[in-house]
Design a protein around this ligand. Structure first.
Ligand code: WTA
Length: 632
């Protein structure tokens, strides 16, 4: 991590007030008072929330904190799907719309809670038929379609641990994730649809399972009925056939509070991604609470989060949180600029979306194409806007506030991570908003900005964003790499180190600046420099590679790679595009370098570590800082 840095923080705070009606009706009506109550009795705070949910057996203790290991709702038993489905089916929400899916050709599929409940149980029985049992890992590699969510919930129903892999990842990335988790079953679809074109997902799975001996079966949902893919019957099985003759009742597996619920991979500082492990009860309570309180969700809301369920945002705020809270959830297999940049606003208008949660990179894209697109649609249904994934810069905040929210909707800029499982820092509905600043720790969370010794930094001084106390939805370990888990809590004494740089204003509002490590956030996606470097080095022409992030007005960052070629290879435009294509095939389009520079040498420390910092400083024309460890 960096040792120190300066930030240009101006303290001429500009706040945006929210109409009083929001505060009066908010679930957390008084942020300060609620926060004080939480601090006084944290366990009572969480216990009250957990008490709103259904359990097979209640906890003996709310938490057990054995630094750096936490257990929440000790000895309780539950199943998250009981709270996502049974709870609603057994009450007045039975016929409420749970899920509306929109395809990119505007095809629509609608599931009531009752229907979703039975679809989940049928697929759960299908998995059981294939021998999937509690604790087995199931990899889900699907487009954004209802079956992707159904597969996740079906795993949770029977206690299988899902590992959802974003449908845009390439062969190498998928293979690594299947192998690390030793997945027994892969669930996929023949195709995903993007900008009117079909992309074969199954072809990627075919290649990705070649070196993955753990995989016993591949379940393939066949979407293209006109030209159905051929299945290799020994290993592949048709999704529809699998569930054709199974019962539509499947009792929920009794899970211990601390049994794993899922693994989700995120980029790390090495070439191998980290399998973040989340467990049943704490994650359930954390995502349920934040969905209700951060979005101030009401029963008649129509809630649309534009993320892919393949990322944590989708896990927590498309699937588990919203369904636990009984929301009407919208998902769309669509792109913000297809068929034109009005596609999202048309959907908001058509479905009467009230809560809209997206990423700054999308907002900046909308800014660029101009307000004529949102202005062409009726957005009056919108009530609350959200942002996640990277800093929401003040210009983007203002545009979002004026053009989409019409100076009426509060914006919740939510800071959190795959590791935190739930939203942690934001401005609660009704509190004044400060553009550029995510806000404060929500009730239930203790966040701070500190120096490397864990001492709070002065307002206006940069530091590291940390959590001082455990929280229910926190990661419990890194799959098969507990040492990596401990690092989160050992880097800065007595704190969970998020890996982000931040500044706190005098008012306590936190501005998140960016990553403190070698992770680059490109269009809201975390990409490890080491992942891209190892993908490059796996190409026969490459001897060594170093990758940096360059600020980009739209994507937040873009990827630039410096490459040393092996003897016998010479730089050319063709080689540049070959290398970019190679990374695309290995990791997927999101990790493609934007620029490649061929070099003869890379700056290294005397111990041989590449100093990306020096490359970056040179690229941006800034001072590289301390270079005393540089080789020459
Ligand atoms: C960044 C996504 C600034 C941050 C939920 C974090 C943000 C990483 C914000 C986690 C925000 C996320 N403001 N930065 N509101 N939200 N980040 O694991 O660097 O995909 O550490 O989780 O995204 O990304 P992840």
């Amino acid at each position: 991590m960096k040792e120190s840095f300066d930030v240009p923080l101006v303290e001429d705070a500009k706040y945006y007030e929210v109409d009083k009606s929001y505060k009066d009706n908010a679930r957390t009506r008084d942020y300060k008072k609620t926060y004080r109550e939480f601090l006084k009795a944290p366990d009572v705070f969480w216990e009250k929330i957990a008490g709103e949910l259904e359990w097979f057996r209640k906890w003996d203790r709310v938490k057990e904190w054995n630094y750096p290991y936490a257990k929440w709702f000790v000895n309780a038993q539950c199943n998250i799907t009981v709270n996502c489905l049974d709870r609603h089916v057994n009450d007045s929400r039975r016929n409420k719309v749970a899920l509306i899916w929109r395809g990119d050709d505007e095809e629509e599929r609608i599931f009531t809670y009752q229907k979703l409940y039975h679809e989940v149980m049928r697929f759960a029985n299908g998995l059981k038929k294939l021998g999937v049992r509690k604790g087995d890992r199931v990899c889900i590699y699907m487009p954004i379609i209802p079956e992707q969510l159904i597969a996740m919930l079906a795993c949770a129903r029977i206690g299988a641990v899902h590992s959802v892999v974003f449908g845009g990842f390439g062969v190498g990335a998928l293979n690594m994730r299947i192998q690390d988790a030793a997945a027994k079953v892969v669930v996929t679809a023949d195709i995903s649809v993007r900008r009117g074109k079909s992309i074969s997902l199954k072809a990627i799975v075919d290649e990705a399972i070649i070196n993955a001996p753990s995989v016993e079966r591949v379940i393939v949902l066949i979407r293209d009925k006109e030209q159905p893919v051929e299945l290799h019957k020994e290993i592949e099985i048709d999704y529809d056939e699998l569930i054709a003759d199974v019962p539509s009742e499947c009792p929920a597996e009794v899970m211990d509070a601390e049994d794993p619920l899922f693994i989700l991979y995120t980029s790390g500082s090495t070439g191998a991604p980290k399998g973040i492990v989340h467990t049943c009860a704490g994650y359930m309570v954390g995502t349920y609470y934040t969905t209700l309180h951060v979005f101030d969700l009401k029963d008649n809301d129509v809630y649309w989060c534009t993320a892919d369920p393949g990322w944590i945002t989708g896990h927590s705020y498309i699937v588990y949180g919203p369904f636990c809270a009984g929301a009407t959830v919208v998902i769309a297999e669509s792109t913000p600029d297809y068929p034109d940049p009005g596609s999202y606003w048309k959907l908001v208008q058509d479905l009467g979306v009230t809560i809209f949660y997206t990423a700054p990179t999308a907002i900046r894209m909308f800014m660029k194409v101009g307000e004529k697109w949102p202005n062409a649609y009726d957005l009056r249904s919108l009530r609350i806007l959200g942002s996640v994934g990277e800093p929401l810069n003040p210009e983007a905040f203002e545009w979002y506030y004026e053009m989409i929210g019409k100076k009426k909707c509060p914006i919740v800029d939510t800071w959190w991570q795959t590791e935190t499982g739930m939203q942690m820092v934001t401005t609660m509905i009704g509190e004044p908003m400060r553009p550029g600043f995510a806000g404060k720790a929500i009730p239930g969370v203790v966040a701070d900005v500190v120096d490397k010794d864990g001492k709070p930094v002065k307002p206006g001084t940069g530091g590291f964003l940390v959590m001082r106390e455990p929280w229910p939805a926190m990661l419990r370990t890194v799959y098969k790499n507990d040492e990596r888990y401990r690092k989160y809590w050992e880097t800065i004494k007595d704190c969970y180190t998020a890996g982000d740089l931040a500044v706190k204003g005098k008012d306590g509002y936190i501005m998140v600046i960016g990553r403190a490590d070698d992770i680059i956030i490109v269009s809201g996606h975390n990409i490890g420099t080491a992942e891209v470097e190892s993908a490059l080095v796996s190409h026969k022409a490459v001897a060594e590679a170093a990758v940096i992030g360059k600020p980009d007005p739209m994507k937040g960052n873009s990827i630039k790679a410096f490459v040393i070629l092996r003897v016998g290879h010479t730089p050319s435009d063709k080689l540049t595009s070959d290398l970019i294509y190679h990374v695309r095939m290995t990791l997927g389009p999101i990790a493609m370098p934007h620029e490649i520079e061929f070099v003869d040498k890379l700056p290294k420390t005397r111990s041989g570590k590449i100093m990306r910092r020096v490359l970056k400083a040179k690229e941006l024309g800034i001072d590289p800082g301390d270079i005393s460890t540089l080789e020459d």
